[in-house]
Design a protein around this ligand. Sequence first.
Ligand SMILES: [Zn+2]
Ligand SMILES: [Zn+2]
Length: 274
Amino acid sequence: MVYRWRCRNCDFSTWSASNETTAEAAKSHLIKHYERNIRTEDFGVAWSCPYCETEQRGHDKEQMIQAFKDHLFGHVEPLLESGVHVADDIGRTGNILVNAPLESTGADNARIHFLAPADVCLFVTTNPKRRIELLDEELSEWPAWSIIITTKSQPMAGIDGIDFSTVPLEVVQLNKSLGLSSLGETVARVLDENESTSGKISMEIDILPEIIAKFELQDVFNFLHLFTSRSERAGALSHYYFNPETQSESTVNILDQVFDMQINANGSVFESHS
Ligand SMILES: [Zn+2]
Ligand SMILES: [Zn+2]
C-alpha cells in the first residue's frame, strides 16, 4: 500500500509505503510554509495557527515545534490518500526521472515501485547482478518476462541462489564501443517484440550518467527525446536514475525538459516538487 500527501499551498507531493512516514514528511514540509507563525520569546517559543485561533507557548523548543507540526497536519490530514501509485500522476505511462544516487535504498525503492505493477520489465543497466537480485528479493514473483540490456561482460557472473532455467529472463549484450543510435535501435527492437502481446511494460534506465559522461549534451538530449517518445508509444512506464548532485546545472536544466515527472527518492520516501 502506498500513501500520498499533496500540499495545497504549492506543488509538493510525498509518497511512502507507510501512513506515519508520509504524515511525517508532510509535516516537515508544511511547517516551512508557516515559519513566520513561530516566535522566539523570553521564556521559549510560541506559535499561532494560521487556520484557527489556537496558540501555544512553552520553553521546550523541540516540543513546541512538534506540537505545531502535529496541529497544522490536523487541518490537512484528509489530503493523505492511500492505495495510490506515483505514476498515477502521469496516467501510469510516460517518463519519470528519479533523482537519487544510483546504488541507494531510495533508488532501489523507486525501482521496485515502478517495476512491480508491470508484466514485462526491461532494464538498461551496467549492473545486471544487482538488478536481478533486487527483483528476486523484493517481488513476490518474477514478472512474466524480463529483459536485461547491458554492456557488462558475463552479466550473470556472481549471482547465487537463482535457478536461471526457471526464470523468464532474456539477456541482450551490447558492445561497449557502439553509440547511442545502436542502443536506441536495440531497445526499439525489444519494445517491438513485446509491446503488442505481453502486457504492461516497465523500463528501467540506469545508464543516464554514463551517456552524459560519454556524449555531447545536445546529442544526449536529442537521443532522449526520440527514446522517450518511442517508449511512450509502447505505452511503457520508463524510469531513469540520476544523481543531480554529481552533475552540472546545465545538464540538470536540459533533463528538466525531457521528463513528464521528477521525484526525489530518499530512503523510503519519494517527493516531487512539480
Ligand atoms: Zn507546500
Ligand atoms: Zn489550527
